[in-house]
Write a new protein. Structure first.
Length: 755
């Protein structure tokens, strides 16, 4: 098989050192090469096959002089009779009965290959053998590959995500690094070889005289070739959960998504049997990897495919959430004819009635939030707090599922309204997301005028009561909000200059800079467009309102957890109340808890783990075979992607903007954003005070209905989203121009920050 694979590579233009294949020492003819030295390798029938590799079972002889090649061939042939091979063969034959196509080796051949004198050698796995299918792994060291595979030389290990082209690495000692051009050449060769073999590949390579050579390639036998894949995607959810989330937030997110989606599916199908059948999918609407929260997007597709016109709806959903990889992974759950009919009827019913149901939800929430807070104030034990949590989870989520219906409602009517009406979506009017920022400006004006007197304190308390849960990263329970830490709001009022965002509305003299590019030919819009546009705006307004209510709901949950933490700290089980954020929900509410020493040790361990996870790249997409596995290697560092090609993305708010770049990595810090082009991974509803003074916005994530897009349009700030690598390719002080007609970003002048 090894010889067959090498021939396949050679025939398809992959650089392979010259070689011949023999079955006995009598067949040897070295005229194919002028080399003084050769590598003599085994090539059994099933060696390097799809099910068994026989890796390391047969002899390989390197640096063989021409006159000793016959003896080396004899040695390799004889190695097929070794005891270790017999034991492996027995296991292989047993596996062959269980895996179709598996078999033990029946014929031994030998590959005689021109020997290289490599500067670097290593192994490339086009998929991580640990089970991460869209992550390639490179292990590279100096000299011959034998030193690498036997751990005899210091090596550098790279982990490369093939979806978003980000990677990280870990070095040992003075191990070498691969130059960018070499890295790209190796990845391109790996992709081609994987395509030729039809499966993830284990590839040995060498770099000699600055040229890449492939020494051998075989399937990765440790990975399952069939079975369900777990696909995690950060599209859109990164707005709600940017960066690393602590264990309590991870658990609550899973719980809330499970109950909301379960109720939504039951609302649409009215089929409890179907809902029960899909329980595992529903429990994994979100998952975590490396401390970050992702959509398990395959579970989303399972539900979306139950809807009528699912193929088109999935396409619209992907566009609306900014999903880059459009491959649909689904188990295609089968529903009965009656259930499908009920889902179809419900779908068309809510396509028109959703605004009324959303209005009812908003009224309900306004009425329910104060009693919930009163119950929270009265709860004085972990048992009472647990009961309140369970009540909150079941009672609120039983009604909250209509917000999912509203999302689909908004996506569909926005798509129907069409691209020509996209800028008109800015005129939604009285967006809930804008109210906290406007009132914050008024609160600062009062502080400047009156100082911290009685009038200001009343206004300050009222602001906390109404908007205290809305801030940056407000869906992460560990976030210090203005309600839990009002001193942070006082700091904002004194450190950041506020003003009425309405004052930023451009006048007619600047109209040409804020309106979308006019189509080549003006045509009167059909009434249908206006009909769809009105409904799209209604959906957007309700979506922003539900986000505000969601912040308040999570605010109650945050206080339940903090109050539980205070109780645990008083009992001596935690060093301080906020350490509770490093516990799981079942640990917080468990009837029997470990002693304080054990619980404190667990918190300390998780704090270290969270710090390690913060240094890992935030991969957009992860694909696993069978189970989720995480990176835990000490010393991992990020490797920046290649900085070439144009910067471009999706224009979501039109106009033109030119200015200095300001890269925002921690929005909780104080920034002077006036006149700057903000560059970030994503934004959330708490960013308004940063966005309103900016000249424009560039985000790595987002879509036409992401929060960045909605607020940028409301503030009439030119914005381009879905710009891959923006935070790494742009630097503070760079002068850039945004072209929202084409979605391109032009670097007019580099700040030199990179150097």
């Amino acid at each position: 098989m090894k010889a067959k694979n090498l021939t396949l590579l050679q025939e398809n233009g992959i650089p392979v050192p010259p070689f011949i294949v023999v079955e006995s020492e009598e067949e040897i003819d070295l005229s194919f090469s002028d080399s003084a030295l050769f590598a003599v390798r085994s090539s059994a029938a099933s060696e390097d096959g799809a099910h068994e590799s026989y890796a390391g079972q047969f002899d390989t002889v390197l640096n063989v002089p021409r006159e000793e090649v016959k003896e080396a061939v004899r040695k390799v042939l004889k190695s097929a009779e070794a005891e270790n091979v017999g034991l492996y063969r027995e296991a292989a034959e047993k596996g062959a009965q269980e895996a179709e196509g598996g078999n033990a080796p029946k014929r031994m051949r030998v590959v005689i290959q021109e020997m290289l004198k490599p500067r670097l050698s290593g192994v490339l796995f086009t998929a991580n053998p640990a089970g991460i299918l869209n992550e390639s792994v490179i292990v590279v060291g100096r000299g011959l590959g034998e030193g690498v595979v036997r751990d005899e030389v210091p090596v550098t290990t790279y982990y490369y995500n093939r979806d978003d082209h980000r990677s990280m690495f870990v070095k040992s000692g003075d191990s070498p690094e691969i130059h960018e051009s070499g890295f790209q050449a190796l990845m391109a060769a790996g992709e081609k070889i994987e395509g030729l073999l039809g499966c993830p590949a284990d590839i040995e390579f060498a770099v000699s005289d600055d040229r890449l050579y492939i020494l051998q390639a075989r399937p990765i036998t440790t990975l399952p070739f069939e079975g369900k894949r777990i696909v995690l995607d950060s599209s859109n959810i990164v707005e709600s959960y940017p960066g690393v989330s602590l264990p309590v937030t991870q658990d609550f997110a899973k719980d809330i998504y499970y109950h909301v989606f379960r109720n939504c599916l039951l609302r649409l199908s009215k089929d409890i049997a179907l809902v029960s059948e899909m329980d595992d999918n529903l429990r994994h609407m979100v998952d975590t990897a490396n401390g970050r929260i992702y959509y398990r997007i395959s579970s989303w597709y399972d539900i979306l495919e139950l809807l009528p016109f699912s193929k088109k709806i999935i396409e619209i959903w992907q566009n609306s959430l900014g999903v880059k990889n459009r491959l649909v992974t689904s188990d295609r759950v089968k529903a009965g004819a009656r259930t499908k009919l009920r889902i179809t009827r419900s779908f068309f019913h809510y396509l028109f009635s959703c605004p009324k149901d959303m209005a009812a939800l908003n009224r309900y929430f306004d009425e329910r939030i104060r009693p919930l807070r009163a119950e929270l104030a009265a709860a004085d034990s972990r048992e009472a707090l647990r009961a309140l949590y369970e009540k909150l989870l079941l009672e609120i989520t039983e009604k909250w599922d209509i917000t999912l219906v509203n999302d689909v409602y908004t996506f569909l009517w926005t798509a129907i309204a069409g691209k020509k009406n996209r800028e008109s979506l800015a005129d939604v009017g009285n967006l809930e997301s804008m109210k906290p920022s406007k009132e914050l400006s008024a609160l600062q004006a009062l502080w400047k005028e009156k100082g911290e007197g009685e009038a200001f304190e009343r206004a300050f308390t009222d602001y906390i009561e109404r908007w205290g849960d809305r801030c940056v990263e407000d869906l992460k329970l560990e976030t210090r909000t203005w309600r839990t830490n009002p001193e942070n709001l006082r700091w904002i009022l004194t450190e950041i200059e506020m003003h009425d965002p309405n004052a930023e509305r451009p006048d007619e003299s600047r109209k040409d800079k804020t309106e979308p590019p006019a189509p080549e030919e003006k045509k009167p819009q059909k009434k249908g467009n206006g009909f769809a546009l009105r409904r799209a705006k209604t959906g957007i307004a309700n979506r922003e309102m539900s986000r505000m209510n969601r912040s308040r709901l999570f605010g109650v949950m945050r206080e339940i957890i903090l109050k539980s933490g205070r109780i645990l700290a008083e009992e001596g089980r935690l060093e301080e109340a906020r350490d509770v954020m490093f516990l799981r929900l079942d640990e917080i509410f468990a009837e029997a808890l470990p002693d304080g020493k054990a619980l404190k040790a667990l918190v300390a361990e998780r704090k270290q783990e969270a710090e390690f996870q913060k240094n890992l790249p935030a991969f957009e997409r992860l694909v696993f075979a069978e189970r989720i596995c995480e990176h835990r290697e000490p010393g991992l560092g990020s490797r920046k992607p290649q900085e070439s090609g144009e910067l471009s993305g999706i224009p979501v708010s039109y106009g033109s903007a030119e200015g200095e770049v300001l890269v925002i990595r921690d929005p909780k810090e104080a920034y002077d954003t006036k006149g700057k082009i903000l560059v970030t991974v994503s934004t959330d509803p708490g960013w308004v005070h940063l966005l309103r003074d900016a000249a424009g916005i560039i985000a790595e994530r987002g879509s036409i209905l992401s929060h960045t897009a909605i607020i940028a349009r409301e503030l009439q700030k030119p914005s381009i989203v879905n710009v891959s690598g923006a935070t790494e390719r742009l630097h503070d002080g760079d002068l850039v121009r945004l072209d929202t007609k084409s979605g391109r970003i032009e670097v007019l002048e580099s700040s030199g920050a990179k150097e």
